[in-house]
Design a protein around this ligand. Structure first.
Ligand SMILES: *Cc1c(COP(=O)(O)O)cnc(C)c1O
Length: 381
């Protein structure tokens, strides 16, 4: 072994090289024990006392995510929403939070409708504009939340620039990096303080686990509070889900690189399609966030959206006619998904009604193109 730091692909493929100590198995067991034996002298020496905070399968998976993000430490949660809301609930009541106008709708909904019930003050800003962030941040802002690329328009936020603005006010920068994955963006190296993932999506990658993760740049008072919130609220992941996630993580690099390659090809081909008015994909030079994305991402991800000349009816109709694409919400799995996003986000969404959100899976990209091309042509006549 050299003493050079291992590349993410190596970290993920070997799950940090962990071996099961008793049998030397290369696959780790699922640790299910909820409680652990106390020593005769009344001490606990193993670091394991009770299953809510202490589980070896959870810790192993957290260690892999922390290594992938270059983080001090990572924590798993029962879902992406549990991870995101735990960051907010760790702040003192009354804190001001700056959040994106365009982001995962479930979290925006919680920030607008529920965070105020806990005493938080929330403002939304256009996070794709550094000037808008500068204008919206307040002297007492405690947290700036961003998501990049952001659902479902794939708006790009300049992480380093917003980190500087946040830190100048003494605020923390937290980022939902679900769509980017640690393969394409390492937000902590760009100045972010906390990274959040819906591990349900790319990190697990097989549409069979609901999970969330946070990764922190450093051990500080906020991180300690976040751990307390997870413990007190019981927002934990089950050991079997953590084990599935660890298994999914081993192929993260190859999966997301192949998905991004397909997404880029689909974006280019649909940009020239007769039924499509606009393709939203950060890898296209026509995307308003392309230059920033090219600077802070090593690939543009597997998510894109297309807007149809035929409007909402054409979008819903095209989604109804696909055979290979799966008509479902969520993203980041091995199977490609198509979704009329405005239908799920509801009336207060910034999502245009003519938009179809596409999550590129691992199928052959020609098969994917041909299936959707046929559906688009049929929908428009
Ligand atoms: C799915 C998703 C979430 C919510 O995660 P869950 O695991 O469903 O709770 C948050 N942010 C983004 C970007 C997502 O795609």
């Amino acid at each position: 072994m050299t003493d050079k730091p291992l590349k993410p692909r190596t970290i993920a493929a070997q799950a940090l090289g962990a071996i099961e100590p008793e049998t030397k198995g290369v696959a780790l067991p699922v640790h299910v024990s909820t409680t652990f034996i106390r020593d005769p002298d009344n001490q606990y020496r193993t670091g394991y006392v009770y299953g809510r905070p202490d589980n070896a399968t959870i810790r192993q998976t957290e260690a892999v995510i922390a290594a992938l993000e270059g983080a001090h430490e990572a924590l798993l949660f029962g879902s992406g929403m549990a991870a995101a809301t735990s960051v907010i609930l760790a702040l003192p009541p009354g804190s001001h939070i700056l959040a994106p106008q365009v982001c995962y709708w479930g979290f925006r909904d919680w920030l607008i409708n529920e965070a105020p019930l806990f005493g938080y003050r929330v403002d939304l800003a256009d996070m794709s504009s550094v000037e808008a962030v500068r204008a919206a941040i307040k002297p007492d802002t405690k947290l700036v939340w961003i998501e990049t690329p952001a659902n479902p328009l794939w708006n790009i936020t300049d992480i380093a620039a917003v980190a500087e603005i946040a830190h100048a006010k003494g605020a923390v920068l937290a980022i939902d990096s679900t769509a980017a994955t640690p393969v394409f963006t390492r937000p902590l190296t760009l100045g972010a303080d906390i990274v959040m993932h819906s591990a349900t999506k790319y990190l697990n990658g097989h549409s069979d686990v609901i999970a969330g993760a946070l990764a922190a740049a450093r051990d500080d008072a906020l991180w300690t509070r976040i751990k307390q919130v997870r413990g007190h609220h019981g927002a934990i992941l089950g050991p079997f889900e953590a084990w599935l996630l660890l298994r999914g993580l081993r192929t993260l690099e190859v999966r997301v690189r192949a998905q991004a390659e397909s997404a880029a090809l689909l974006a280019t081909r649909f940009a020239n399609h007769q039924s499509v008015s606009r393709v939203l994909y950060p890898g296209l030079p026509s995307h308003p966030g392309h230059a920033v994305a090219a600077r802070q991402m090593s690939g543009f991800g597997g998510m894109l959206s297309i807007r149809l000349k035929g409007g909402e009816r054409a979008a819903i109709d095209a989604a109804a006619r696909v055979a290979l694409w799966k008509r479902a919400t969520s993203l980041g799995g091995v199977e490609s998904l198509i979704e009329h996003r405005a239908s799920i986000e509801g009336p207060n969404s910034p999502c245009p009604p003519d938009l179809l959100r596409l999550s590129a899976g691992l199928e052959d990209v020609d098969d994917l193109y041909n299936d959707l091309d046929r559906a688009l042509r049929a929908a428009n006549v």
